[in-house]
Design a protein around this ligand. Structure first.
Ligand code: DON
Length: 581
């Protein structure tokens, strides 16, 4: 293989802790939060505090994850939820790892063509707004299973803080108001949602005012008293089904009664000696992060440097190939035979590397598989406890405030996760993803996700907990945080804050956050054939939440004496906080 990189490949192979690259610090990044006993990093400061309190009261990381999940449903309604779904990656102190899939399932009455008109064209908005967009929610079942199997605390103890925050209300800070802005217009159209998230005069809430959610407090109290049955078999399911029937949806009581969490083997791979554990199908996240890392392992990224044209070219080409696989081959494992072992094979990564020209951009449409013709919201939180149990959770309503509807009397915002399916092969969804048959809609099927709650260990010990929202960009956001720590020597806060790039095969563009690439780097890339586009809308670049163990950066770890837990919430996140004790 002819390559620009041949002269330095041997350097990569020998890359070890002792060859940690030296990078300049980002003056703009604050210091990571430091703690010795436990760390909770979430997108809302009150929810992080709830998690720390659970840890301090003797709960483990799973207990804290459950309490934070319920609390975010109250204090971060744009994405935190009981009416949506998500994934939890767990690494226990003994090294055992597992994965809970509590993502939404398609209703029994769903059909492959439910979002198409009689000319087979997509009906705009149908998979995004209102009850037809709603998948059967999984968060409550997921949190309960996590608590029963891996937690130590009683349900009431973990739901208590969320119930209090909903019943007594919480004071809104600027970050809350910012995240509400994305939803105000849509929520105004649904009377039950407007009654909660807008003031009686129809105006949005302001900083310093208190948001009370009485109906949500009652729904959460029902779960606290009676467990999942209260949500899936009782009054909450009845109210959601009734509202859905009244407003053109297809949710039925059986959808709720039949909902089951799946406990799955996480995806595992090794990158330069680090063991990565992440989300398996029905997420594409773990597989695609690993596929990209396997390709990139053959390039000396540390030597080539953060943000250099050669590093970005290698990243973009690896992303291009991996997203073709994502969009054409992956789907719900109960419905599709996912080629996971092929995609995780280092030999397959080598084949991809051999196709990548060191001088020229690839052409996405030449990779079109046969038969394949925006502010968004999700949230991620990372937790580690005193014993070293680590939990990464990404859960979502999909778009900001989901389908924008609340079933009257429940206080529960419902998701619009159905849009993650392929409504029509070849036609882009909310995140511009052009997907195929493997992700077609079918009753009880789960739409393919990009959510990537990830835990990394080194020499059998937890090293990093990481994940982010960001739709199709979740994969590259999580990936880049990992590369920034392992290859570029950044501390966890810098790694999360550093400007990002993204490529997802189609559209055939390198998206860059402002300042990610210098003008001359962009010139080199466009001379190679890349189309580089600056995406100024900060809200689509995610809000990563990470923890690094043993130091704030690799060099801090190597020097010894770094703080045990180093937490970082993305500087893009408006009201989040990393809190430890
Ligand atoms: O599961 C997925 O891949 C999407 N529903 C995630 C949506 C998301 O991250 C929106 N937030 N920015």
């Amino acid at each position: 293989m002819q390559t620009r990189f041949t002269t330095v490949v041997s350097f990569t192979v020998s890359l070890a802790l002792s060859t940690i690259p030296i990078t300049t610090a980002f003056a703009a990044s604050p210091e990571p939060a430091k703690a010795e006993h436990g760390m909770v990093v979430s997108a809302q400061h009150l929810a992080s505090q709830v998690g720390v309190d659970v840890l301090k009261n003797g709960g483990n990381a799973v207990d804290a994850a459950v309490a934070v999940g319920y609390a975010l449903a109250v204090v971060y309604p744009t994405a935190g939820n009981v009416g949506g779904g998500g994934f939890m990656t767990i690494r226990l102190k003994d090294g055992k790892t597992t994965f809970l899939d509590f993502r939404e399932r398609a209703p029994l009455a769903s059909t492959k063509t439910m979002y198409l008109d009689d000319k087979s064209n997509i009906v705009k908005g149908l998979s995004l707004d209102g009850y037809l967009a709603v998948g059967v929610p999984g968060s409550v079942a997921g949190f309960e299973l996590a608590r029963e199997k891996y937690g130590t605390k009683k349900r009431e103890e973990l739901l208590g803080p969320a119930i209090r925050l909903a019943r007594d209300g919480f004071e809104l800070v600027q970050g809350d108001i910012n995240s509400f802005k994305a939803g105000n217009k849509r929520l105004a159209k649904d009377p039950a949602a407007a009654a909660i998230f807008l003031k009686p005069d129809g105006k949005p809430y302001a900083v310093g005012e208190t948001l009370v959610q009485t109906d949500l407090a009652a729904t959460l109290s029902g779960i606290s008293d009676k467990g999942t049955d209260s949500f899936y078999k009782g009054a909450t399911a009845d109210a959601i089904v009734k509202a859905s029937q009244d407003k053109g949806g297809i949710l039925a009581k059986q959808d709720f009664e039949q909902y089951k969490v799946r406990e799955l083997e996480p995806v595992k791979c090794n990158y330069r000696g680090y063991d990565i554990v992440s989300s398996p199908p029905p997420s594409s996240g773990g597989v695609i992060i690993c596929e990209i890392l396997n390709v990139l392992e053959g390039y000396p990224l540390s030597y080539l440097g953060y943000g250099s044209a050669e590093t970005v070219h290698a990243m973009v080409e690896a992303m291009r190939y991996a997203y073709v696989d994502r969009n054409s081959a992956l789907g719900d494992p109960d419905f599709v035979d996912n080629p996971v072992s092929k995609l995780l094979d280092k030999a397959y990564a080598k084949e991809i590397r051999e196709k990548i020209s060191p001088f020229k951009a690839g052409v996405s449409k030449e990779l079109m598989p046969k038969g394949l013709g925006e502010s968004h919201e999700t949230t991620h939180y990372s937790i580690i406890d005193d014993e070293g149990n680590a939990v990464a959770v990404t859960y979502t309503l999909n778009g900001s405030f989901g389908a924008g509807v609340v079933a009257p009397g429940t206080g529960v915002l419902l998701n619009n996760e159905m849009d993650d399916f392929t409504s029509k092969p070849g036609v882009p969804n909310l995140y511009g993803l052009v997907q195929g048959e493997a992700n077609a809609i079918a009753p009880k099927k789960t739409p393919l996700s990009s959510m990537s709650p990830t835990i990394i260990s080194k020499d059998g010990k937890p090293f990093m907990v990481i994940g982010s929202p960001g739709g199709s960009r979740i994969i590259t956001i999580t990936l880049e945080a990992i590369l920034n720590v392992i290859d570029h020597g950044m501390n966890i806060q810098e790694a999360i804050d550093a400007p990002r790039i993204h490529h997802q095969w189609l559209p055939d563009k390198v998206y860059m956050e402002p300042y990610a690439l210098s003008a001359d780097t962009r010139k080199v890339l466009s001379d190679m054939g890349h189309t580089v586009q600056i995406d100024k809308d900060w809200s689509i670049w995610g809000q990563a939440a990470g923890i690094l163990v043993g130091g704030a950066s690799l060099s801090d770890i190597e020097r010894g004496g770094g703080a045990r837990y180093n937490g970082a919430i993305d500087s893009r996140a408006s009201s989040g906080e990393a809190k430890g004790y």
